[in-house]
Design a protein around this ligand. Structure first.
Ligand code: MV4
Length: 501
């Protein structure tokens, strides 16, 4: 059993801080690495030590394998936590860590490789008895194979890049006449994007739910699942809201999919935290889609309903401890929802909104968690993901969780950059969401009301300005009282304009 005393976090932003928080609770020293653009980033201040690793572009800093390994050796970190994104699913990086005697907090390079190749992943899962989307056995290499495939599978189909994932390099084909050109286009796109032009064909599932299962596996062959996350509320393959339990799920389906997820983990001798993604259709048929071999952005909702610190589990597993969690003892307590707060302008096609955070007030109170990293005066770098925080709420049931999310979003005030907060508030008030009747087409389906400019967009600004004027006014009046003049009194709060809040 290894005892880890110092961990280098090869990441930035909210997830770096999230990992360091657990390190602090476990009395493990945390080491930050930072780029030129991140000198003043919060993760640098939170860490016990911090090292500069290169210029602002990720390719010269957070993706620089040798520089990160050199830094870990320099500071004496026994382990590296990769977070999500960047090097988290890079088999070469995991391998280099192992070669240098550094513990990579995650699965083996072989498993990362095997799941990173989507054709191999499909094959592996099919062999393990997990339902996969009907499709081709291996890659599709020529016109004839493509034509045979659609005859067997039936239209419509999806062409996917084997090296892809997360929606990159996908093509939907409805008509036979389009198949050849679509395969050709998909291959050339995949070649450019991933340096690998292997593609495969799957039956297109028309209105699927994206439901994923969290799993934990240890180095001794044990594996458990920590139930599902419903991730169907997404825009252009960017998730916006996740919740657990899924409104679609039944206890029977949960048991069955959970068992499949554990089988999937065991089939590859998975060690660490991982996610099995499924597509689920309206008739509750489920199909393995992909496996993610990392900690995910949306992990906190699972933590909230199960009470398990997933980062702590990752570290214990990496140290070689057998899992102490027993499947039968796990329960989903209540309901949890996460909203991702992006520095984006929903009124301008979700363009990233660069700039300095002027004022920020984060929600607090019962059942509220925020995982963020920005502070007043912080300038969001243009080089990285525009997500500035995650707002996670818990409620005894779904209705309470939604009400709490509305309340928390109301409390969230950020000025200086545009954010997705208003858009998220609208989702929380959309009947299809409230009724739990939504699939991956939810946002496009509700586009009109979600992007409507009908309400008073400037109301909040007016209230903040009014409150500030009132505050200045009060300071004056207090001075007047002290000098024996008029009593302090608020005027703006009584105006009918404000009353409907
Ligand atoms: C699909 C699909 C329908 N049928 N595959 C998109 C992301 C990538 N991980 C897989 N994706 C899809 N694959 C078949 N055979 C529909 C999607 C899809 C989707 C999946 C999950 C969440 C949101 C989505 C939005 C559009 C399409």
């Amino acid at each position: 059993m290894n005892h880890i005393k110092k961990i280098l976090i090869a990441n930035r932003g909210e997830i770096a801080i999230r990992i360091m928080r657990t390190c602090r609770e476990m009395e493990i020293k945390s080491v930050a690495v930072f780029s030129e653009a991140d000198r003043t980033s919060q993760h640098v201040r939170y860490a016990d030590e911090a090292y500069y690793i290169g210029k602002a572009p990720s390719s010269e800093s957070y993706l620089n394998i040798e520089k990160i390994i050199e830094t870990a050796k320099l500071c004496g970190a026994e382990a590296i936590h990769p977070g999500y994104g960047f090097l988290s699913e890079n088999a070469r990086f995991a391998k280099r860590c192992n070669e240098e005697g550094i513990i990579f907090i995650g699965p083996s390079p072989e498993v990362i490789d095997q799941m990173g190749d989507k054709i191999k992943a499909r094959e592996t899962m099919k062999k393990a008895g997990i339902p996969v989307v009907p499709g081709t056995e291996g890659s599709v290499n020529n016109e004839e194979e493509a034509m045979n495939a659609i005859k067997e599978i039936g239209l419509p189909v999806m062409i996917k890049a084997s090296a892809g994932g997360g929606g990159k390099g996908m093509r939907l084909v409805h008509h036979e006449k389009d198949i050849v050109s679509a395969v050709r286009a998909a291959r050339s796109e995949a070649k450019t994007a991933f340096g690998d032009d292997s593609v495969y064909i799957e039956k297109y599932i028309t209105s699927p739910h994206h439901i994923e299962f969290q799993i934990l596996g240890d180095q001794h062959g044990n594996a458990v699942h920590l139930f599902e996350r419903e991730c169907s509320v997404q825009r252009r393959h960017q998730k916006m809201i996740e919740e657990t339990p899924s409104p679609l799920m039944t206890p029977e389906l949960r048991n069955e999919m959970g068992r499949a997820a554990v089988e999937a983990a065991k089939a590859v001798k998975y060690s660490g935290a991982g996610t099995i993604e499924f597509l689920v259709d309206d008739d509750l048929n489920y199909y393995f889609l992909e496996m993610n071999t990392r900690l995910q952005v949306e992990h906190p909702i699972t933590e909230r309903v199960t009470g398990i610190d997933l980062v702590k589990q990752q570290i214990k597993i990496a140290e070689g401890h057998p899992l102490e969690i027993q499947q039968e003892k796990l329960i989903q307590r209540g309901h949890s929802i996460e909203c991702r707060i992006y520095a984006e302008d929903p009124d301008n096609n979700f363009m990233p909104s660069a700039g300095k955070i002027y004022k920020i007030t984060e929600p607090l109170g019962l059942g509220v968690r925020t995982d963020g990293y920005v502070y007043e005066g912080y300038e969001i770098p243009i080089y990285y993901d525009p997500m500035i925080s995650k707002l996670i709420v818990w409620g005894a049931n779904r209705d309470e969780a939604i009400r709490r999310m509305r309340r928390a979003l109301y409390e969230y005030k950020i000025t200086g950059v545009k954010t997705s907060i208003k858009f998220l508030e609208r989702i929380m008030n959309t009947p299809d969401f409230i009724d739990g009747k939504y699939d991956t087409h939810f946002i496009e389906k509700n586009q009109e009301r979600l992007l409507a400019k009908d309400d008073c967009d400037d109301c909040d600004d007016i209230i903040v300005i009014a409150a500030y004027i009132d505050y200045l006014d009060k300071i004056n009046r207090i001075q007047e009282i002290n000098q024996g003049f008029a009593p302090a009194q608020s005027r703006w709060k009584k105006t009918p304009y404000i009353n409907h809040f």
